[in-house]
Design a protein around this ligand. Sequence first.
Ligand code: IPD
Ligand code: CA
Length: 274
Amino acid sequence: MAEHLNEIYISVLELVNSGGKIIKEAFSSKHKNVTTKSSEIDFVTETDQAVEKFLIDGLKEKYPNHRFIGEEGVASGLKCQLTDEPTWIIDPIDGTMNFVHSFPNVCISIALLVNKVVEIGIIYNPVLDLQYTARKGEGAFLNGNPISVSPTTALSDSLVIMELGTTRDEEKRQLVRDNFNILQTKCHGLRALGSCALNMAHVASGGADLYFEFGIHAWDIAAGDLIVREAGGVVYDTEGGPLDILGRRVICASSIEIIKEVIPLLKQMKNERD
Ligand code: IPD
Ligand code: CA
């Protein structure tokens, strides 16, 4: 399988680079074809759908036995089923709201899981040309150069990313406000950049020290999970248990010390699993 994974990695990188070109070409257009999904601020564009189809078609042609969990496929009614079979978990554009507004924090996020373990993770922002990659046990890279998390171990020294999410649900909005208020005076600063996958990539490359979010999906976090861990960071469920990739919650940091410090402070929320 290891040799096979080398070949798979090369193939998927080629596809991701081509998928990135589709995003980059559409990025500046003022006339994106936008529709809504779970809420009035949860968007999908024809580019999200085109890139997901492009990636899945390309991978299916080479690996007909592989399975797929894609954000837009699930949105259109496909089941989100994770088995031990080789499975690609794909977010064709993470940061769709950013994409709609031509705010350049957008990426493809794609991961290959075998026996439910992430073997390959790629997060690619084609607009800013930032490609984060990891293979299990082989470290994490940005544009081919090794990356590692920051040396920060205290919340008081941390730059923290949290997100506002893509829902108008009042319970979720209250949770965001509460956690914002709790953390505001306990860390160096708070950021919300609109892409879960890129938030995790920022933790992996040392630009941020902590990121957490409630309500995310498997396709937002699968690649980031491996990239953060391969960069020396830690990834957990928001209550401190092991990350449940379908569990709709994530917290990751440069160090376990920050996680231990922040978890008792956070207000928690549960979502229905993917
Ligand atoms: C969203 C982004 C956003 C996060 C949301 C996600 P999408 O994904 O990752 O940062 O706050 O929870 O749904 O809709 O842009 O693919
Ligand atoms: Ca997403």
